[in-house]
Design a protein around this ligand. Sequence first.
Ligand SMILES: Nc1nc2c(c(=O)[nH]1)N[C@H]1C(S)=C(S)[C@@H](COP(=O)(O)OP(=O)(O)OC[C@H]3O[C@@H](n4cnc5c(=O)[nH]c(N)nc54)[C@H](O)[C@@H]3O)O[C@H]1N2
Ligand SMILES: Nc1nc2c(c(=O)[nH]1)N[C@H]1C(S)=C(S)[C@@H](COP(=O)(O)OP(=O)(O)OC[C@H]3O[C@@H](n4cnc5c(=O)[nH]c(N)nc54)[C@H](O)[C@@H]3O)O[C@H]1N2
Ligand code: SF4
Ligand SMILES: [Mo]
Length: 892
Amino acid sequence: MTQPTPALAAPAVKTTCPYCGVGCGVLATPDGQGGVGIAGDPEHPANFGRLCSKGSALGETVDLQDRLLKPMVDGQAASWEGALGAVAGGLKRIAERHGPDSIAFYLSGQLLTEDYYVANKLAKGFLGTPHVDTNSRLCMSSAVAAHRRAFGSDTVPGCYEDLDEADVIVLVGSNAAWCHPILFRRMIDARSKRGTRIVTVDPRRTQTGEEADLHLGIDPGTDTALFSGLLVHLANAGKLDVRFIEEHTAGFEGAIERARQIAPSAAATAQATGLAEADVQAFFDLFAKTQKVVTGFSQGVNQSAQGTDKGNAIINCHLATGRIGRPGMGPLSLTGQPNAMGGREVGGLANMLAAHMHFAPEEVDRVRRFWKAPNIITGEGMKAVALFEAIERGKIKALWVMGTNPLVSMPRADRIREAIAGLDLYVVSEAIATSDSARARAKKTVLLPALAWGEKDGTVTNSERRISRQRAFLKAPGEARADWAIMGDVARRLGFGDAFSYRTAAEIFREHAALSTFENDGTRDFDIGGLAEITDRAYDAHPPAQWPLPKRETKGRARLFTDGRFFTFDRRARFVAVQPPALAQAASAARPLVLNTGRVRDHWHTMTRTGKSQRLSGHRAVPFVEVHPDDAARFGLKDGGFARVTTEAGHATVEVTVTDGVRPGSVFVPMHWSDMTASDGRAAALARGVPDPVSGQPELKATPAAIEPIAYRSRGYLLTRTPLSAPAGWWWARATVLGGSGLIFATQEGSREMALAIRGLFPGQELAEYVDHARGLYRCAVYSDGKLVAALSVAPGDRRPDWELAKQVFAQPDIEAVDRRTLLSGRAAGASSGPVVCACHGVGLDVITAAIAGGAGSVEAVGAACKAGTNCGSCIPEIRKLLPGALARNAA
Ligand SMILES: Nc1nc2c(c(=O)[nH]1)N[C@H]1C(S)=C(S)[C@@H](COP(=O)(O)OP(=O)(O)OC[C@H]3O[C@@H](n4cnc5c(=O)[nH]c(N)nc54)[C@H](O)[C@@H]3O)O[C@H]1N2
Ligand SMILES: Nc1nc2c(c(=O)[nH]1)N[C@H]1C(S)=C(S)[C@@H](COP(=O)(O)OP(=O)(O)OC[C@H]3O[C@@H](n4cnc5c(=O)[nH]c(N)nc54)[C@H](O)[C@@H]3O)O[C@H]1N2
Ligand code: SF4
Ligand SMILES: [Mo]
C-alpha cells in the first residue's frame, strides 16, 4: 500500500490536480481532520499558481460520503481475502473454460501511470488477453491515430509555451474556456501581451467562441472540408514551405489533390461548411500570413465518425507550412483526462502493446523478454465499442472496470447495462459506492475499494508530455487500497507473484521507465530512460518533467521534431489524403435534429466527485438541452420548460435552454448527469456512437434526434440535510447545497398531494407552511428542535423554480425570524443573488448585473465591486459577456 503522509500539522504537499489534462500543480495542506486546504502551486510550469473552479474546489470533494470503503461481493460486504479470491478464482475458471481472451479490462485515463502499467502488464503479458481498452478510446484515440499516421508515432510535438508565443491560436472543437481553463487563461494572457488572435471552430458558440477574435460556427462534422480548403488556399497563395515538404515529408501530392476535390476554393469551403465566405477567407488569410500558429484540437475533432481524418486535415496544414517543432507553432492535441497521456505511454489502448510499441513481431518479442511474460499477446484486442458488443454477445465472460463509469459515459449506455448483466464475472475498482457502474449487477459482481485522489501516490502526464507526481496527503480510508496493489494481489493468486512483487509505486515507475528505454536507441519517441534508476527518495521529490528524457539526460525536451525527422521508417512525416465530410447525420423526418454532447464549466464527467461540491453544483444544477430559438418555436419548446430528447439509442428528459449559441437544427446536452444525480438525464444513453473507421473512437457529437415538449403539473425544490430519494414518477435532479442536499423536481401531482407527501416524509416534526392550493402553491419549512432541517417549495409546472434565496437561508441551521418568513413567502428581505456565475466567491448573476448597472464597466471593475472573477477566473468569459458592448467585439 502507499505511504500516506502524516496528516497532522503537515506542511503543504505538492501534488497534481486529478481533473483535466492541463495538469495543474496543487498545494494541498491537510487540516488533520480529513479536510484539506487547496492552492495552486506557483512553481508548477502548467499553471504557475493558478487553479480553475474545479481545482479550487478540490477540498470539497475529499469527504468520505458515498465512498466505497469495503470490498463487496454480490452486494454483501466481504473481506479482502474473500473478494480477491472471488476475482482470481473467477478469472482462472473463465480462462480455463473459455480461453483467456474471454476476459476483458476496461481502464481509464484517470488511473495513475503505475496502476495503468500493472493492469496492462497483467492482462497482456500474463493473463494473455488482448482485450484491454480504456475510456481514452472515447476521448483521444483519434488524435493518437492521426499522430501515428502523420508522424509514425503518437507524439505531441509542442508544449504550452508555444501558446504563450503564438500569434494565432486556432481552437478546433474545443471549449477550452470551460474544459482547459488554465491553458485558456494562458492564451488570453498571450493576447494581452502580444496581440495573439484566437479563432474558434465549433458549431456552438461556447464561452470560448465568445472570447474569440473570429468564431467559425461550422456545420457539424465538416472540419475536413474547412482544413482541406485551407490547404488548397496555402498552396494557391504560395504559402507552402516547399523545402520542408520536399526534405521532411511524403504524400503531399495525394493530399492536395484530394483537398482540391473536397474544397477547391474559399467559396466551395463556405458551401461545404455552412460558413459565410468572408469568414472563411478571413481565416485562410490569417493562417496564411502568420508563421506562429498553434492549432489546438479536442473533442469536436476526436469524438467524430471521421475523427482521425479531421486530425490529419489539421496536421496536413502544419506540415505544408513547416510549422511544427518550432516555438509558437504546431498542432496541439488538448488531452482531456489527467493521465490520458500516461495511459498511452504504458500501452493501455487495445491497439498498443506497451511503451509506445505495437505488434510488430520484434516488438512483441522485446516486451515478452523484458516482462518475462509467459502469455504475451501477439495482436490487437477489441476497442471499447466492439468490446461491449462482444460482452453483449456473450463472447466476453469477465470484465474488470477500473476508474471509469461506462454506464454513464459509453454511447448506447442502456445497452451497456444489459450487457453487463449477462457477464459471469464483473469486477469494478471504484472509489464511490453509488456510481451507476458500481450499482450494476452481473452473475457475480465484485466491488474493490480504490484509493482516491489525495490518498494515492504515483504519476500522471499532461497534454505537453509533462510527468508530474500525484502525492498522498490523506490516510487511506476504510479498507481502500491502491489499484496497483489490488492487482498485484490478484496476480499473485494467479501464480504470477514474481512479476508483480511491487511494494511501492516507485518500483513500478522504474520498471516502466526501464521498458521505455529497453532496446530503444532513439527508435521510439517515448523514452524516459533517464528515470529508470530513480531512487525512492528522488521519486518522492521528483519535480514535473517532460519526456523524452533518455539516459544521460537530466532535463526533458519541450519539443519534438525540431530537426524535421519523424518516427516513420524513412524519417519523413506523412500527409494524409482525407475523406470528404460524410454527413451521416443527414436529418430524417423522424429525427430532424443533430444531437451534440459535451461538458459544462464546473462538473467533471459523471459527477461522482464534483457533485460533492456545493460550489461546483451551483453553476448548472439540472441536466438541460440547448435549443435554438427557431427550433424552440418549431417544436413548441419554452425556455425553462421540459423536453424529451429521443434518439435510436435512448431517451432523456431535461430542462430546455433556448439560446442562439447553438445552430438551428442542432441541440446540445451535457454528459454529466447519471442515474445517481437525475431521474432521466444521461446523455450517453442518447449517443449512438458510430466508431471512426481508423481509430474506433465513437461519434459522440452528432446523433440524429427528435425533441418534444413535456409538461408537468407542479415544479419545485426540496432542501434536506441528508440526501433524500425522490418518489418514483418524479422528474428530479440532485445537487449538493451548502448544509445539505437539494432536489429540483417536477411532478404530475398538485400542491395538495405534495403537501400530504411532505407531511408523510417528516412525521411528528414541526412544519411551518404557506398554502395557496387555488394557485397551486405550497411552501413548507420543517424544524427539528428549532433547527431548520428541510424546506420545500411547490408551484405550478410552468414556473422554473428559483431556489437561490432558499439555499442561502438553508445554509445555516439556526435561522432568524426574517429568514423563516423568507422561506415561506418566497421573497427576500434582502434580494436573491440569482444563479451562481462565480463559483469561487458564490456571486450570482443578479449581483454582477447590479454591479455593472452601478457603473462597473470592465471585468476588473466588476471584480472590485463584488469579487466575482477574482479568484480562479473561470467565470471571466461569462462576466465579459454581461458587460455593455460585449456584442460589439465579435469582429474578425
Ligand atoms: N469542466 C470540465 N472540463 C473538462 C472535463 C469535464 O468533464 N468538465 N473533461 C475533460 C475531458 S476528459 C475532455 S476529453 C475534455 C474535452 O474538452 P472539449 O473537447 O473542449 O469539450 P466538449 O464539450 O466535449 O467538446 C468541445 C466542443 O466540440 C464541439 N463540436 C461538436 N461537434 C463538432 C464538430 O463537428 N466540429 C467541431 N469543430 N466542433 C464540434 C462542441 O460543440 C463542443 O463545444 O475536457 C476535459 N476538461
Ligand atoms: N455523450 C458523451 N459521452 C461521453 C463524452 C461526451 O463528450 N459525450 N466524453 C467521453 C470522454 S472524452 C470521457 S474521458 C469519458 C469519461 O467518462 P468516465 O471515465 O466514465 O467518467 P468519470 O466520472 O471520470 O469516471 C471515473 C470513475 O472512476 C472513479 N474513481 C475516482 N478515483 C478513482 C481511483 O483512484 N481508482 C478507481 N479505480 N476509480 C476511481 C470515479 O468515482 C468514477 O466513477 O466520457 C466519455 N463519454
Ligand atoms: S485547468 Fe482546472 S481542472 Fe484542469 S488541471 Fe488545472 S485546475 Fe485542474
Ligand atoms: Mo475525455
